[in-house]
Design a protein around this ligand. Structure first.
Ligand SMILES: Nc1ncnc2c1ncn2[C@@H]1O[C@H](COP(=O)(O)OP(=O)(O)OP(=O)(O)O)[C@@H](O)[C@H]1O
Ligand SMILES: [Mg+2]
Length: 143
């Protein structure tokens, strides 16, 4: 499928000062591309939760946005501890967030579940000791 737009964002682990920056920029890009509000909203949530997870748990990561004729796609890769039990991590309410992260208002255990809910196709894979990969697709619904 023809990629009409592509951009990659770097996300630094532990840097909460930048939390939400990729999501804000992606929202603006998608609006400028005249993607429908509902698709923009879903993509912004998926990117926000993805970048927060990189910041909270990994050393660093990359988020690539690419838009095709039929979908908005988000590819997320990080270098970090990985996820041992993906099924458990996907469960709403499950979290290993530290006290410090919880005090900042994160750690409800809803991030991955929210990403899946916003996606028309969601794939997650992880290697312990190496990192995690998310593949997110949000359909443009013949827009
Ligand atoms: N990129 C990642 N690398 C390593 N572990 C991760 C990563 N993303 C998620 N996890 C693990 O999966 C758990 C669930 O993640 P999820 O995003 O659903 O919730 P949370 O980050 O704990 O809380 P919330 O997203 O609601 O603030 C995390 O607590 C963490 O243990
Ligand atoms: Mg999270």
């Amino acid at each position: 499928m023809n990629r009409s737009y592509e951009k990659t964002f770097s996300v630094e682990g532990g840097n909460f000062d930048n939390a939400g920056m990729a999501s804000i920029e992606i929202k603006k890009i998608l609006k400028d591309l005249q993607i429908s509000d509902d698709v923009v909203r879903k993509a912004a949530i998926a990117v926000y939760e993805s970048e927060l997870n990189i910041i909270s748990y990994a050393r660093n990561g990359h988020i690539t946005l690419y838009v095709t004729d039929d979908a908005v796609n988000v590819d997320v890769r990080d270098e970090g501890p990985g996820i041992e039990d993906i099924e458990l991590a996907m469960k709403p309410g499950y979290s290993t967030a530290t006290e410090q992260i919880r005090q900042m208002g994160f750690g409800a255990g809803m991030g991955l579940y929210n990403i899946k809910t916003c996606s028309d196709r969601f794939e997650i894979s992880s290697t312990v000791g190496e990192g995690t990969h998310l593949s997110i697709k949000i359909n443009r619904n013949g827009q």
